[in-house]
Design a protein around this ligand. Structure first.
Ligand code: NAD
Ligand code: APR
Length: 230
């Protein structure tokens, strides 16, 4: 059974109506990264950061998984643990589509983390009324999102999966943010066939054996069918 490792970025959720970061009208056009996506920004002005993530959570409630998320979930139904999805996305659209084997390397919008004890809690709006950590009681909760300058989650597990992969597929990511942007080279060095599925050529397209351009909602189901026929 092939070991398939998929890396997803904001582009896979674009057709669901979630804005990407670096495209025209992307999130980083309308917000300063330093204000809303760094630990320093949070220390300077919690209110601004909380409003930013409140807006993201409200928007997430209005959207649904699309054909690309569903195709990955259906592939997992057939191949099981031979498919690992590593996502840079903080939304829950992979899970809502039915994927189970998912690593959220940049954290999750619907969780909060305590900066005092490290415990992670399902997000509830009442956390604002009672800002103490349900685990240790210290008032130091933050979004469980990995910000610029912080180390992404589960890097050991990811590194091991990339080294074992027979197929590495990158979907809807600009290849602008490391370490995710370097996964293709890691997998390829260890013998994986590497494929990029993105609306346009990305900064890292030349690292892949093959790069296909188009909408994830079309490219991903077509690729999943190829894998199942092979
Ligand atoms: P970088 O892209 O070289 O590295 C980003 C680092 O942050 C990596 O280690 C990455 O893994 C980590 N990271 C963890 N979680 C992340 C997340 N959710 N989103 C993005 N990165 C995450 O950039 P850098 O060296 O941190 O950035 C230098 C400066 O460039 C930053 O302070 C930022 O203001 C700016 N920047 C701007 C944009 C933009 O689109 N406007 C994008 C990237 C960086
Ligand atoms: N189908 C496929 N690809 C698409 C689609 C679509 N329908 N729409 C947009 N794209 C592509 C864009 O062409 C772009 O290359 O998705 C990519 C999105 O890139 P970014 O906005 O840079 O998002 P991402 O690569 O996920 O960003 C990485 O940066 O700040 C952080 O935390 C943030 O995890 C994120 C990280």
């Amino acid at each position: 059974m092939p070991q398939i490792v998929v890396l997803t970025g904001a582009g896979i959720s674009a057709e669901s109506g979630v804005p990407t970061f670096r495209d025209a009208d992307g999130l980083w056009e309308g917000h300063h990264v330093d204000d809303v996506a760094t630990p320093e920004g949070f220390d300077r002005d919690r209110g601004t950061v909380q409003r930013f993530y409140d807006e993201r959570r409200a928007a997430l409630r209005q959207v649904e998984p699309n054909a690309a998320h569903r195709a990955l979930a259906e592939l997992e139904e057939t191949v099981g643990d031979a498919l690992l999805v590593i996502t840079q996305n903080i939304d829950d659209l992979h899970e809502r589509a039915g994927s189970r084997n998912v690593v959220h390397m940049h954290g999750e919008l619907l969780k909060a983390r305590c900066r005092a004890c490290g415990s992670v809690h399902v997000w509830q709006d009442t956390l604002y009324d009672e800002p103490d950590c349900p685990g240790c009681g210290v008032a130091d909760l933050r979004p469980d999102v990995v910000w610029f300058g912080e180390v992404p989650y589960e890097m050991d597990r990811i590194s091991a999966a990339l080294a074992e992969a027979s197929h590495f597929v990158s979907i809807g990511t600009s290849g602008a943010v490391y370490p995710a942007a370097g996964f293709v080279q890691h997998a390829r060095r260890h013998g994986a066939h590497t494929l990029e599925l993105n609306l346009e050529r990305s900064e890292g397209s030349h690292f892949f054996h093959e790069a296909r351009q188009g909408r994830a909602g079309e490219l991903v189901p077509a690729w999943a069918r190829e894998i199942l026929w092979a």
